[in-house]
Structures are given as structure tokens and as C-alpha cells.
Design a binder for this molecule. Structure first.
Ligand SMILES: Cc1cc2nc3c(=O)[nH]c(=O)nc-3n(C[C@H](O)[C@H](O)[C@H](O)COP(=O)(O)OP(=O)(O)OC[C@H]3O[C@@H](n4cnc5c(N)ncnc54)[C@H](O)[C@@H]3O)c2cc1C
Length: 438
């Protein structure tokens, strides 16, 4: 009946089905626990089409900080991994050294379970090979990067990783969601958690809005995994007003492109196959990648009048991404707006990356007057409710039984794609805390 509240019960509610939420649900399911996953997005299908991609993107991809930096997140089963590039960066040592959290045993499990390996030679496209050769001639340690990929299902005919892998070659968090549901976990899609309920300092449930109206879940434990932006918004709406108010990172990235006179470009290549981590300690990583064509042309048009060669040269265009570490600045506002000013040192790091990318692209044959850099954007908002700040080292909030497990918890700016760290933290949360009934 319209207006009636649907009432549910679960031992553990997991909010969000990105890599954090999916891994927690899968690990609990493997231990026979009773779990309900609430996911704001739908189970969008088929993946690999632009129409599906537009439906999955928050604000159809048009979400930006109030300062104008574009930020991308997907609201769908599997979260942003549905469009991620699948690079499996091993997390930095500071998580153990400075925060006492050792996830290495869990990373070893993930490396084995998902068979993480460097991108095989056969899947490195023509543009990426040109860039690698030029980068190595420039003295950079540029090499194939480890990927979440079943290489036997992948080939070079569809460079669609970023709009969703239709071949099932790229691992996404949907695989863990499917494993969890096969083991009995309930998944409620298009079910947005509106607030978490607690009483006397202990969590009691979740209130939300679903396809058919409002719902109320009574729960012993709640794990919030709504992502770097979704989690602080939900915690604020639940009365935890400090969530997301004390700075965060977005790992700003910048694409630099150039057009050689002839030869293969990057647009048919699998993105981020190769790159360099040698400046990681300084705060920069660099990889091959170019925007898919609709985004490339959108950027060209938005960038103002350009010479015809920039439009016609797309099939030959080579692209390099610089990703930098940024400072913990900015705030998530109660109205859902986000402030994220960019300043030094991240803009200086991006400038250094642009200068290196330009040298590499020119060496790869690009005309110097064809080099362009897009405005910085953020693909990894995180660190919004950090360990050793908002959370304790068991990922618990000040409310007993209320945990967070996603990119929000990362305690320091990363400057690195975070999925491996999130998976390791999620396995640790279940094995060392939730399993013990905390
Ligand atoms: C184009 C692109 C390429 C990338 N490439 C890489 C890469 O190569 N390697 C890498 O490691 N990382 C990469 N990333 C980053 C990576 O995908 C994200 O950092 C990661 O998915 C974050 O995981 P998460 O669990 O924190 O949140 P998300 O993946 O954002 O998942 C959060 C989920 O929670 C749901 N949710 C939010 N709020 C609510 C609510 N109130 N109620 C119910 N559900 C809610 C959302 O719908 C979403 O499904 C890339 C990202 C992008 C956009």
C-alpha cells in the first residue's frame, strides 16, 4: 500500500556494492553470515554501451566541485569498478608503518584469487607500445602494469574498459556481489540508505528509500561502503556532522595528448596498460591512456576553437595520464555539494608530469604544436572519514556497530588507484573484527 514502510531485518547491513561493500558481503557470506546489501544504483545492463554508462554515472558524469573540478563516480551494482581501468596497484607501506594496519596477508590472498599479473605483451596496443618505447628512451622505467584481468577473455578489438567490459575479462566488484548473492546474501537494488539509526551510542538499523517507497531495516551491525563521497553524505544525514568536513583527496589527474604525423594512436588500446611508478614517492604516477572518443570530442569543443587537426587527428592521438598526490583539503557540505580547492603541491606535481609527458610524446613523433593538456579532474575521491581521525583502526565510527569500508577510510593522500587497498581493508575488517562478532 502506498506510503507503507517496508520492514526488514538483517544481522549485517552493507550500504553500497562497490569494491568495499562487495568484498565485505562476500567475505561474510563465505562465513555463513546473514547479510543485506543496499545499493542505490540499479543492476545496469548491458555493460559496454554508452547508454548504460550514462545511466550509471552520477549526474551523467557532470558532477564537479564548487571550484569546477570534475569528479566521476558510478551509482550501480559494483560501484565505480564497472568503469575502472583495472590497474591493481599494490598499496604503500605507510598503512602498516604509520597506522599499524597490516593488510599484506589479505593482499596475498587477492593476488592469488584474482590472479593479478602485469598486462601481457599481446594486449598492449600500438599507441601504448610507441609511448613505452619513447618513455624508455627518455630514461623512464616504463613497463606493463599489474591488472585485475582474465587475459584469456580479453583482446584488442574493444577498448571499452572505461564504459564497462562486455567480455567479462576485467574483474569488477560485481563478481564479488554475484558470489555473495549465490551464497545467500540479499541484494536490494535502487535502495538508497537515507540515514543510519542508532540508540544509546549503538547502531540499530537503516532507513531508506526504495523502488516502491520507504523501508526500515533493523540490524545489529551496519557497514557503510558508499564510496568517498556517498559515505560522508550518508553519515552527515545520520547526524554525524563531522564526517567529510576535515579535508579529503581526489588524486587529481591530467591527460596530455599529442598527434604524430602517422602511425597508431591510443584510442583503440586498452587503457593504462603500461606506465611508471618510479616517482611514486614524490607523488606522481604516469600511464598511457586517452579519453574515449565522445569525451575527447566533448573536451575539444569545450576547450574553445581549435585547429582542424585536433578533430581529424583523433585516430592517431597518443595520450599520457599524470596522476598526482594532493593535500587533504576541502569539505563535503550537508547539501551534497563538494568543495575541493586545488593548489600547490598538486598543481606543481601535475606541471612536472605535463613536462615529462610532453617530452615523451614529442619523442614518440608528436608535433610540439599538437600537444594539449586537459583540465585536472578527480577519479578517486577518498579519505573523507579517515582511519586515525574519524574512525578507529577497526574501521569503527564513534557509534558502536557502525563501520565504514571503502575509499573514505584511507588515512593519507594516496596518489595511487586505491582498489587493492580497499579490498585488503575489507577482507581484514571481516576476518579480524566482524568475524569475531564485534
Ligand atoms: C574511470 C575510472 C578509472 C579508474 N581506474 C582505476 C584503476 O585502474 N585502479 C584502481 O584501483 N582504481 C581505479 N579507479 C578508482 C576506483 O574505481 C574507485 O576508487 C573505487 O571504485 C572506490 O570504491 P568504493 O568502494 O570506495 O566506492 P564506489 O566504487 O564508488 O562504490 C560505492 C557504491 O555505493 C553506492 N552508494 C552510495 N551511497 C549510497 C547510499 N546512500 N545508499 C546505497 N548505496 C549507496 C553507490 O551507488 C556505489 O555503487 C578508477 C575510477 C574511475 C572513475
Amino acid at each position: 500500500m502506498a506510503g507503507e514502510v517496508e520492514r526488514l531485518k538483517a544481522q549485517t547491513v552493507v550500504i553500497g556494492s562497490g569494491p568495499g561493500g562487495a568484498t565485505v558481503a562476500r567475505e561474510l557470506a563465505r562465513r555463513g553470515k546473514e547479510v543485506l546489501v543496499l545499493e542505490e544504483g540499479a543492476y545496469h545492463k548491458p555493460v559496454g554501451s554508452w547508454l548504460t554508462m550514462l545511466k550509471m554515472l552520477d549526474h551523467m558524469g557532470n558532477f564537479a566541485s564548487i571550484e569546477g573540478t570534475q569528479m566521476v563516480r558510478l551509482l550501480t551494482v559494483g560501484g565505480s569498478t564497472v568503469s575502472f581501468c583495472g590497474v591493481a596497484y599494490q598499496p604503500p607501506a605507510w598503512l602498516k608503518d604509520r597506522h599499524g594496519i597490516d593488510i599484506q596477508p589479505y593482499l596475498d590472498e587477492i593476488n592469488a584469487e584474482l590472479d593479478i599479473k602485469p598486462m601481457p605483451e599481446s594486449l598492449i596496443g600500438g599507441g601504448s607500445r610507441r609511448i613505452m618505447a619513447a618513455a624508455q628512451e627518455e630514461g623512464l622505467d616504463w613497463k606493463p602494469l599489474p591488472h585485475f584481468l582474465d587475459a584469456s577473455k580479453c583482446d584488442l578489438s574493444c577498448p571499452k574498459c572505461m564504459i564497462g567490459c562486455a567480455k567479462g575479462a576485467k574483474w569488477t566488484a560485481r563478481e564479488f556481489v554475484e558470489e555473495a548473492t549465490a551464497a545467500g546474501v540479499r541484494l536490494k537494488t535502487q535502495a538508497k540508505a537515507d540515514d543510519v539509526l542508532f540508540d544509546g551510542g549503538r547502531v540499530t538499523g537503516v532507513r531508506g528509500t526504495g523502488k516502491t517507497g520507504p523501508f526500515l531495516v533493523e540490524a545489529e551491525r551496519v557497514v557503510v561502503a558508499g564510496g568517498g563521497l556517498g559515505t560522508p553524505m550518508l553519515l552527515q544525514a545520520s547526524g554525524l556532522e563531522d564526517a567529510g568536513r576535515n579535508g579529503f583527496f581526489i588524486d587529481p589527474l591530467q591527460l596530455t595528448t599529442g598527434i604524430p604525423a602517422k602511425g597508431p594512436g591510443s584510442h583503440k588500446d586498452i587503457p593504462m596498460t603500461c606506465g611508471t611508478l618510479e616517482m611514486q614517492d614524490e607523488g606522481i604516477i604516469m600511464t598511457d591512456v586517452i579519453d574515449p572518443w565522445p569525451l575527447y570530442y566533448f573536451g575539444m569543443v569545450m576547450g574553445g576553437p581549435r585547429k582542424a587537426k585536433f578533430y581529424t587527428g583523433f585516430p592517431r592521438t597518443l595520450g599520457i595520464m599524470t596522476k598526482s598526490r594532493d593535500a587533504l583539503t576541502g569539505s563535503i557540505m550537508p547539501d551534497g555539494k563538494v568543495s575541493k580547492p586545488l593548489g600547490s603541491p598538486e598543481l606543481d606535481l601535475l606541471a612536472k608530469g605535463r613536462e615529462i609527458a610532453t617530452r615523451v610524446l614529442v619523442r614518440a613523433g608528436c608535433a610540439p604544436d599538437s600537444i594539449l593538456s586537459a583540465p585536472p579532474r578527480g577519479a578517486h575521491p577518498g579519505g573523507t572519514v579517515r582511519i586515525d581521525d574519524f574512525l578507529d583502526r577497526d574501521l569503527q565510527t564513534p557509534i558502536a556497530g557502525l563501520y565504514v569500508c571503502d575509499s573514505s577510510v584511507i588515512p593519507e593522500p594516496m596518489g595511487l588507484p586505491p582498489v587493492m587497498m580497499i579490498l585488503g581493508l575489507a577482507k581484514r575488517l571481516v576476518n579480524e573484527t566482524l568475524e569475531k562478532g564485534a
